[in-house]
Design a protein around this ligand. Structure first.
Ligand code: F2R
Ligand code: MG
Ligand code: MG
Length: 349
């Protein structure tokens, strides 16, 4: 489909859910042989060997809250979104949430709470979380708002409900930016795609809070820009090993060690790779590669899936994968509704 087509919306939201569901198998694993990834993914194709329904985790649970809030309010409403996060956690707490964010979600359920951003500010002795929990649910912002300034602003505010450290919420901004650009066909020119991401993040990271957080955490002055430069170096190399990707970009639970990694997974898998079957399409390659990195596989595959799905569209995703992932069909329905909201907004409606 063309820029911002329905197929791209459906591909993005559905592939994010698939990444989360299939990635859960390897979350936290240090070494994931490619054969194990292929075996896991093959079992999705063969219903007789199938492992039943793969459940989604916190990544999808929170993204569903973002989607429902944006659709119901037809805008960003922090009170509504915070209430949905708290309600979702209390009704289904066993989705594998980060150990810190649980405190925020419990506080958000208090009717006495006046400032919904305060619980996040109190995290980690007032430093705020730098985890990737804001980024893992950021894709819907790119699917709801046509204007890039809105995408950046609301992805940031949506993440700040749980992640007040700039190294947390700027991961969400980067993820939403990547989905926005992909939705508009920017991955057809990969070099320009990464250059545009760097230029946008240069502006985002030109900020006092970023400088303070980066200094305290002993990171580069503009941490995400520095990582994106590493992505650009790696994507321009003729050969790169999984070990090099992990040591240069990371595969961990921090947004800084996972969002640029997800962007790299998408760029690296734009061409067929000999480690994967020729029959694999781009979304399959991207998710498989994310899993092979080990570490925070559900989240990296979820974020990479959202970016890749916005590029390749729904038609490239195997139906057998959709059938065995909890929430994938719901995501498809929500994507249609987001597509309508997006195009109403872009027509000033
Ligand atoms: N939590 C997991 N996976 C491991 C546990 C799974 C579960 N026990 C099970 O087996 O089912 N996955 C999910 O968490 C990630 C998103 O986390 P989020 O929402 O960012 O949470 P949190 O707690 O805010 O941050 C995560 C951890 O990062 C460290 N951290 C963050 N900020 C810090 C700071 N300022 N100082 C020190 N440490 C900080 C802490 O260890 C946090 O617990 C996704 O992977 C999702 O899939
Ligand atoms: Mg998870
Ligand atoms: Mg995870």
């Amino acid at each position: 489909g063309g820029p911002a087509s329905l197929s791209r919306f459906r591909g993005s939201l559905v592939a994010a859910v698939l990444g989360d569901c299939v990635g859960g198998e390897f979350e936290g694993a240090e070494d994931v042989p490619v054969e194990n990834v292929l075996q896991h993914l093959n079992s999705l194709d063969d219903e007789s060997k199938g492992s039943g329904i793969l459940e989604y985790s916190d990544d999808t649970a929170m993204a569903r809250c973002v989607v429902q809030s944006l659709l119901t309010r037809a805008s960003f409403d922090e009170q509504d979104m915070a209430r949905r996060f708290a309600k979702e956690y209390s009704s289904s707490p066993g989705r594998g949430y980060g150990s810190g964010v649980i405190q925020v979600l419990k506080k958000l359920s208090s009717p006495q709470l006046s400032d919904v951003y305060q619980p996040a500010r109190d995290q980690f002795n007032g430093r705020g979380s730098f985890g990737n929990g804001g980024a893992m649910r950021a894709a819907p912002f790119a699917l709801a708002f046509p204007d890039l300034a809105d995408v950046k602003r609301f992805a940031r505010l949506g993440a700040m409900l749980t992640h007040s450290c700039s190294l947390g919420y700027n991961g969400a901004v980067l993820q939403a930016l990547a989905v926005h650009l992909s939705l508009h066909g920017a991955l057809n020119l990969p070099q320009q795609f990464i250059d545009r991401l760097i230029a946008e993040m240069e502006e985002v990271e030109c900020d006092e809070a970023v400088q303070n957080d980066a200094r305290i955490l002993k990171e580069a002055e503009k941490p995400f820009c520095e990582r994106l430069h590493r992505v650009r170096d790696l994507m321009n190399r003729s050969k790169v090993s999984i070990e090099e990707v992990i040591s240069e970009l990371g595969n961990g639970i921090a947004a800084l060690h996972s969002v640029p990694t997800a962007v790299f997974c998408v760029l690296h898998c734009l061409q067929p790779r000999e480690i994967f079957p020729n029959s694999y399409g781009g979304v399959e390659r991207t998710i498989a590669y994310s899993l092979a990195l080990g570490g925070d596989t559900d989240t990296i595959a979820c974020m990479a899936g959202a970016i890749a799905g916005a590029h390749y569209g729904l038609e490239t995703i195997p139906q057998s994968w959709i059938r065995c992932c909890e929430g994938a069909e719901d995501a498809d329905v929500s994507a249609e509704r987001l597509h309508m909201l997006y195009h109403q907004s872009s027509q000033g409606g």
